[in-house]
Design a binder for this molecule. Structure first.
Ligand SMILES: *Cc1c(COP(=O)(O)O)cnc(C)c1O
Length: 358
C-alpha cells in the first residue's frame, strides 16, 4: 500500500513511527487524550518534550554549553531570526552562497544588517568552494552557510576552522543523517519536515555565549535567550510536531544512532550515483566531492522524455521525483526514512526506462 516516496519535504517518515503515532492517537499512554489535546505544561507533555530533548542531545552529542530549542517558523523564518538574534553587538555577517537556500538566507539578512558574501558559486551551484578562497571578515558577528543544499544537491563534508568567528549552519535537510561535531558551530538549525519529522517545528541548537547579542527589535517569541530560559515554552510550542520528532529520535536510537544510519545513507547514495554515472542517459552535474547524500538531482540527457519518465515512475509507485522548478529535471530525496529497497526500486526503474527509451 505504501509508495516509495522521494519527496524533498515534507518527506517520508519511518513506518514504525507512523504506526506508533496511530496506535497512540486516541489515548496517549493511558492519559485518555491524544497528544494534540493535552496541555503543553502538563505532566504528560512535559515528559514527551524532555525525552525528545534528551534523545536529540544524546544522538547528536550536543555539548552541555549548547541550548536546544524548539521554535516555529521553519528555516525561512530563521533567515530573519538569526540576524535578529546575533547582530545586536556587531552589525555585519558573512554569508557563503552555495545554492538556492543559502542565497535566500543572505537576501533576508540584508534587512537587518550588512551582509558580506565570503564565497559564492552563484550561476552554477555544483560545488563547495574550497575554503582557502573564502574572503571572511573576521570582525563580523558570524558566518552563515547551508550545510546541505536541498534544491541543488550540494553538501559540505567538512567545515573550515574560523577561530573565534561562530559558524551558523542551516542543516535542515541533512541533520541526523550523519554524525556532526556540534562544537565546531555557534548555531545549527533546521526545520523538521525533511529528516526529523513533520512540518511545524524548527530545531535551533545555539552556544550559550551567543544568546546575548540580539537586536532590540527581535520578537520575544523568537528571542533565543527568552525561548531557552522558558524551556521552549515561552509560547505554546508545536506539541504534536515535537511528539513526532521524539518518536523519530527513538527510532534513530533503535537503528544504532547516527554512525549506523550514516552507513545506510552512504550505501543508498552510492547505489543511486553509480547508476547515474554509469550511463550517458542520466546526468548529475555536482562535483563528486560535494554531492549530497540526501538530495540527488539528476537530468535525463533527452529532456523531452521527462514527462514519460515521471509517468512511468508513478505507475510503479515511485513518487515525488520531479526536480525543483528552479533547477528542472528530477530529484530523489533519500532521507533516513527512505530505505534501500526504495532506492533499489528507483534504480531498477531507471535502468529499465533507459533500455526501452534510449
Ligand atoms: C526546506 C528548507 C528550508 C525552508 O524550510 P521552511 O520550513 O519552508 O521554512 C530552509 N533551508 C533548507 C536547507 C531547506 O531544506
Amino acid at each position: 500500500m505504501r509508495a516509495f516516496n522521494f519527496s524533498a519535504g515534507p518527506a517520508a517518515l519511518p513506518v514504525e513511527v507512523l504506526e506508533q503515532a496511530a496506535s497512540e492517537m486516541l489515548d496517549w499512554h493511558g492519559s485518555g487524550m491524544s497528544v494534540m489535546e493535552m496541555s503543553h505544561r502538563g505532566r504528560e507533555f512535559t515528559s514527551i518534550i524532555e525525552t525528545a530533548l534528551a534523545d536529540l542531545r544524546e544522538l547528536l552529542g550536543v555539548p552541555a554549553n549548547y541550548k536546544i530549542m524548539f521554535l516555529q517558523g521553519g528555516g525561512i523564518a530563521e533567515n530573519a531570526i538569526i540576524p535578529m538574534n546575533l547582530l545586536g553587538k556587531r552589525s555585519k555577517a558573512n554569508y557563503v552562497v552555495t545554492g538556492s537556500w543559502s542565497n535566500k538566507s543572505q537576501n533576508e539578512a540584508r534587512k537587518y544588517g550588512d551582509v558580506h558574501i565570503a564565497a559564492s558559486t552563484e550561476g552554477s551551484y555544483t560545488r563547495i568552494p574550497s575554503f582557502d578562497t573564502w574572503q571572511v571578515e573576521r570582525d563580523a558577528a558570524y558566518l552563515h552557510l547551508c550545510s546541505n543544499e536541498t534544491i541543488d544537491g550540494v553538501e559540505f563534508n567538512a567545515f573550515p576552522d574560523l577561530g573565534e568567528l561562530p559558524i551558523v549552519a542551516d542543516a535542515s535537510s541533512h541533520i541526523l543523517s550523519r554524525p556532526l561535531d556540534v562544537s565546531r558551530f555557534g548555531v545549527v538549525y533546521g526545520g523538521a519536515q525533511k529528516n526529523i519529522g513533520m512540518a511545524g517545528v524548527t530545531i535551533v541548537i545555539a552556544r550559550d555565549d551567543l544568546l546575548d547579542q540580539m537586536m532590540p527589535i527581535c520578537p520575544s517569541a523568537f528571542t533565543w535567550k527568552t525561548v531557552a530560559a522558558n524551556d521552549s515554552m515561552f509560547n505554546t510550542p508545536p506539541t504534536y510536531a515535537i511528539y513526532i520528532a521524539g518518536l523519530v529520535f527513538q527510532w534513530l536510537k533503535r537503528q544504532g544512532g547516527l554512525a549506523a544510519i550514516e552507513q545506510k545513507n552512504i550505501a543508498k547514495a552510492d547505489l543511486l550515483y553509480e547508476t547515474i554515472d554509469s550511463s550517458d542517459f542520466y546526468v548529475n552535474k555536482v562535483e563528486r566531492s560535494s554531492r549530497s547524500r540526501m538530495n540527488v538531482p539528476f537530468f535525463l540527457a533527452d529532456e523531452t522524455l521527462n514527462e514519460a519518465f515521471l509517468a512511468g515512475a508513478k505507475a510503479r509507485r515511485l513518487l515525488q521525483l520531479k526536480g525543483h522548478k528552479s533547477v528542472g529535471g528530477m530529484r530523489a530525496s533519500i532521507y533516513n526514512a527512505v530505505q534501500i529497497d526504495a532506492v533499489q526500486a528507483l534504480v531498477d526503474y531507471m535502468k529499465e526506462f533507459e533500455r526501452t527509451r534510449a
